[in-house]
Write a protein that binds this ligand. Structure first.
Ligand code: CU
Length: 107
């Protein structure tokens, strides 16, 4: 009887420890000259991966409010990833092309 109760408690604890949703990665294409899509919605703990899909024109992915972003590169296939751990709205731009913008909504 006691052993069964303990086994049940362990099983419940194991389920509670599993996150409701596994962390995901959403990809934003870095094109010439736009980010596609221009807006992504993710959950805390998710990652956004910007991927240079065309190449030939130099771009970067930089937080609009400043701070560390990607390098500036024209290399097709280059990826810049950022994991978001706080809820909020975060804007990333290409500092070379003012029309390139990604808004990341984290809930
Ligand atoms: Cu650019």
């Amino acid at each position: 009887m006691t052993r069964k109760l303990i086994a049940g408690a362990v099983a419940i604890a194991a389920v509670a420890a599993v996150p409701a949703q596994a962390a995901q990665t959403k990809t934003v294409a870095v094109k010439n000259n736009s980010f596609s899509p221009g807006s992504v919605s993710i959950k805390k703990g998710d990652t956004v991966a910007w991927k240079w899909t065309q190449g030939g024109v130099a771009h970067n992915v930089t937080p609009a409010k400043g701070g560390a972003g990607s390098r500036t590169t024209s290399t097709k296939g280059y990826r810049f990833t950022k994991k978001f751990t706080q809820a909020g709205t975060f804007t990333y731009v290409c500092t070379i092309h003012s029309s390139m913008k990604t808004t990341v909504h984290v809930s």
